[in-house]
Design a protein around this ligand. Structure first.
Ligand code: NAD
Length: 497
């Protein structure tokens, strides 16, 4: 019998009331490494009750106390990030250096949250009317729910919980059931850093646990990241139950290559952004839009680089690891048959790629497909694997129109040496995050992360200033201290004088 990963409630592991569990794989070995509990509505209810009770004190804790915990957590993460990265790689499959990069990007948000005393300061206006002052303060919401995807099991929760905790909220996290152990590691590290029990809780599971969070009367907000259909469902369900919701969805990111671009930089960037983490990134580049006549030369350069990539077990210093599950691997591979049927040219077929790993691992090598028709599902679907499509266009305008016609608007990039064209693209692309000669434009922690259109539901992006706004509500106080100039009864609407 393999290990069963428990929930984390009230500062300790907790088996919960449900008997349901699911398998957790080691994707490079293709074996079940452990099982994880699937929480019931009752388990969620208990975690929320614990978080609600903890809020009574944590919501009142001094700013200094909260800051100390965040600084402590930062120290632990820094000292033991390799340990966290190793757990991450063993369940997700991404190579160790990539897992360490993910932890580092999460750490950035922790560091941002360490500055919360400054970020969450209110405002003060003295003497707005005679002897009257107005000031505003930012207060926590209460118990907040976080639901995260498999592809960034450390970073995505860290987009939210450091800010939520630093602003005085208490948390129930429902991580992805595919790579859940990282969440328990972070929970234990928060405790070690001095976080009181009950402030950060983890309930593992699937739809049942998610649904319980979305409708729970004591959950004030939901921060969700995952695929677009689930993001939409989460947004609609939770808002109709009175919650504040930020729900980040899927993507299909294009890279527009103008004829004047440095094609070596473009080829490096396309390979890095297309195949890093086996393409399982919401900011991965999945379509190269080549403005002719560059396509043939660019494809040669990309193909040349792809041939040098080492695919294998992420613990062995390879460039690219396996996909998350066999089912997902087979689904992604299925698009190669679709591509051929739809008239595209499969330039490099990842099914033929050698790998350095166990025979049962969920392998699919980097794949390059040229002349992809925009009517094909290879172009339209978020494939979420190491599949890079090339679409050839005749002009900049045709490329921008293509990008803007898509349903998603997460990230995009332009490669050019023409500053005027780049500036025009920055304004004309209907996309939330833009890279100019930068393929994966994930903003730093003090700018917010989020897309447009079907890549986000709700008004607030993740982290940065919008994250602080999301996890606080503002109270405005109008105050007058007793003064002999009291003006007597006046039933009119208050006016300043
Ligand atoms: P997913 O939508 O399958 O799962 C996300 C979360 O929702 C998980 O915790 C899962 O348990 C839960 N869930 C799954 N099905 C559910 C259902 N029917 N009802 C309620 N909850 C359900 O996503 P995933 O496969 O884990 O992650 C990949 C997706 O996430 C991709 O679409 C990717 O683009 C997206 N993503 C987006 C961003 C972003 O910032 N926009 C970042 C990372 C990942």
């Amino acid at each position: 019998m393999t290990e069963v990963l428990d929930h984390w409630i009230a500062g300790a592991t907790d088996a919960g009331e449900s008997d349901r569990t699911g398998p957790v794989y080691d994707p490079a070995l293709g074996v079940v490494s452990k099982h994880v509990r699937y929480g019931s509505a009752g388990d969620v209810d208990r975690a929320v009750a614990v978080a609600k009770a903890a809020f009574a004190e944590w919501g009142e804790a001094s700013i200094a106390k909260r800051q100390q915990v965040l600084f402590g957590f930062r120290e632990i993460l820094n000292q033991r990030k390799d340990e966290l990265a190793a757990i991450l790689t063993s369940e997700h499959g991404k190579v160790l250096s990539d897992a360490a990069g993910e932890v580092a990007r999460g750490l950035e948000v922790v560091e941002f949250a360490c500055g919360m005393p400054h970020l969450a300061k209110g405002a003060f206006s003295q003497n707005v009317s005679t002897d009257v002052d107005v000031y505003s303060v930012k207060e926590p919401l209460g118990v907040v729910g976080i639901i995260s995807p498999f592809n960034f099991p450390a970073m995505v929760p860290m987009w939210f919980f450091p800010i939520a905790i630093a602003t005085g909220n208490t948390v129930v996290l429902k991580p992805s059931e595919k790579d859940p152990s990282v969440a328990n590691w972070m929970a234990a590290a928060l405790k070690e850093a001095g976080l009181p029990d009950g402030v950060f809780n983890v309930v593992h599971g699937d739809k049942e646990a998610v649904d319980a969070l979305l409708v729970h009367p004591d959950v004030a907000s939901i921060s969700f990241v995952g695929s677009t259909p689930i993001a939409k469902y989460v947004y609609e369900t939770a808002t109709s139950h009175g919650k504040r919701v930020q729900a980040l969805g899927g993507a299909k990111n294009h890279m527009l290559v103008l004829p004047d671009a440095d094609l070596d930089l473009v080829a490096d960037s396309a390979v890095n952004a297309g195949f890093g983490s086996a393409g399982e990134r919401c900011m991965a580049i999945s379509v190269v839009v080549a403005v002719e006549p560059v396509a043939d030369e660019l494809i040669e350069k990309i193909r040349d680089r792809m041939g040098k990539l080492v695919i294998g077990d992420g613990r062995k210093g390879c460039d690219m690891g396996p996909l998350i599950t066999r089912e997902h691997r087979d689904k992604v591979a299925g698009y190669l048959d679709v591509a051929a049927t739809d008239g595209a040219t499969v330039v490099v077929d990842g099914r033929d790629t050698d790998y350095d790993g166990a025979a049962d691992g969920f392998w699919l090598g980097p794949t390059l497909i040229d002349q992809v028709p925009t009517s094909s599902s290879v172009y339209r679907d978020e494939i979420f694997g190491p599949v890079l499509s090339v679409v050839r266009v005749a002009s900049y305008a045709e490329g921008v129109d293509l990008i803007n016609a898509g349903p998603y608007g997460n990230g995009t990039a332009i490669f050019t040496n023409d500053g005027g064209a780049a500036r025009r693209f920055q304004r004309e692309a209907e996309v939330g995050m833009i890279g100019i000669n930068v393929p994966i434009p994930v903003p730093v922690a003090y700018h917010s992360f989020g897309g447009y259109k079907a890549s986000i539901f709700g008004d607030a992006k993740a982290y940065g200033p919008q994250g602080v706004e999301f996890f606080t509500r503002e109270k405005a106080i109008t105050s007058r201290w007793l003064d002999p100039s009291h003006g007597g009864i006046n039933l009119g609407f208050p006016q300043n004088s």
